[in-house]
Design a protein around this ligand. Structure first.
Ligand code: HBI
Length: 358
């Protein structure tokens, strides 16, 4: 192995095909890290469920049944492995080809990849994409954090703090290709909400704020929990909201850039909140509950507002103060702190430290 160029095998999330939106922020993270490291000359391949697409990055498609999503399970639920588990099949493939790769990077938030770590020869880097959700993952990841120091990566300090092994975690932040997001200085009188339509994202609060302020809310993201969406529509029949679907990055930013602000209403400790930096990159201020990753991203009063968690009135109060925000400061923060180049630097350093090359 030359220390300049690494051969890196990515193992994707196991809950959906890359490109389906079921993998939430991890899909964008896998794409951005893979593209940036490939651009730098590293050899990259991504192992993912069949049907996955990742622009020009080579994808090894694996058959099998998708994993149950961790956030729908109880904290003490037993580990669920479908009979023909795509996750198990992905790791069977990785075990077979491991000697062709310098490092394997796991993006799945599941017990199996952590359990398998001591059984493989090739070093494994685990990028944990959510805060603590299950006793089984907390326990097995804690064992890997002790046995393989430095191999656990997370996005933010508040995400790390949800785990007992917080101090063992590498903080990676996140990053996006800023050239894909066009700055807008003159917004229209509307608000945006982005994310998987699911209970942990607290969409109902953003709908309530739209109803109170009378400002139209544009909702974009994967329709993950239809019943949850139907209940919001039933509870708020005349709120000025419109669901625009699960859009491509280009289509999404075309909509978001025209908005006065992005509302983020996480009920859980959002590990990062890629949608926050996507909005900032368009010059769009972010109004977010002061909880988890987004609270570490938004500069209160400068690039958006931090609001008391679960306070709809707090959202309404922040919306009334949006004229205080200089939209170019939002774009500048994305450029300084959340470029894909910075993310690439942090990942390169992480992988090389695991391989004891730096
Ligand atoms: N659940 N079991 C499981 N495995 C994952 O990889 C996973 C998940 N839930 C959500 C998820 N990944 C991603 O949407 C988030 O990490 C962003």
């Amino acid at each position: 192995m030359t220390t300049d160029f690494l051969k890196i095998l990515f193992l994707s999330t196991s809950v959906g095909q890359l490109g389906s939106g079921l993998g939430g922020g991890v899909e964008l993270t896998v794409l951005n890290i893979a593209k940036e490291l490939h651009r730098r000359g590293h050899k990259i391949a991504v192992v993912a469920p069949v049907g996955s697409v990742l622009e020009s990055i080579p994808v090894i498609e694996i058959m099998g049944d998708l994993q149950v999503t961790a956030q729908t399970q109880d904290y003490n639920a037993a580990i669920v492995m479908p009979a023909d588990s795509v996750l198990a099949n992905m790791w069977e493939y990785a075990r077979k080809v491991q000697d062709e790769w310098d490092v394997i990077v796991n993006f799945a938030y599941d017990w199996l990849p952590f359990y398998l770590t001591p059984f493989l020869r090739t070093p494994i880097a685990h990028l944990i994409s959510m805060g603590s959700l299950s006793a089984s993952l907390d326990r097995i990841a804690g064992q890997v954090a002790v046995e393989f120091p430095g191999t656990i990566g997370v996005h933010t300090a508040s995400q790390a703090q949800t785990f007992a092994f917080a101090k063992e975690c590498q903080l990676l932040g996140s990053g996006i290709d800023l050239s894909l997001y066009e700055f807008c200085s003159q917004p229209e009188p509307k608000l945006a909400w982005l994310g998987r339509i699911a209970p942990e994202k607290g969409l109902e609060d953003a709908v309530a704020a739209a109803k109170i302020t009378g400002i139209p809310l544009k909702i974009m993201g994967k329709m993950q929990d239809e019943d949850y969406w139907q209940k919001i529509c039933a509870d708020w029949p005349d709120a000025p909201v419109e669901y625009l679907g699960f859009l491509t990055t280009s289509q999404m930013q075309e909509q978001v850039r025209q908005c006065r602000a992005l509302l983020m209403t996480p009920r859980w400790v959002e590990a990062f909140g890629n949608v926050a930096i996507e909005a900032l990159a368009c010059g769009v201020p972010v109004i977010t509950y002061e909880r988890g990753g987004p609270a570490e991203i938004v500069r209160d009063g400068l690039t958006g507002f931090l609001v008391e968690p679960d306070s709809v009135n707090g959202l309404v109060g922040a919306i009334a103060r949006l004229d205080q925000i200089d939209r170019s400061a939002c774009r500048r923060q994305a450029e300084v702190e959340y470029s894909v180049g910075g993310l690439g630097d942090r990942c390169e350093h992480w992988f090389k430290s695991i391989l004891k090359l730096s």
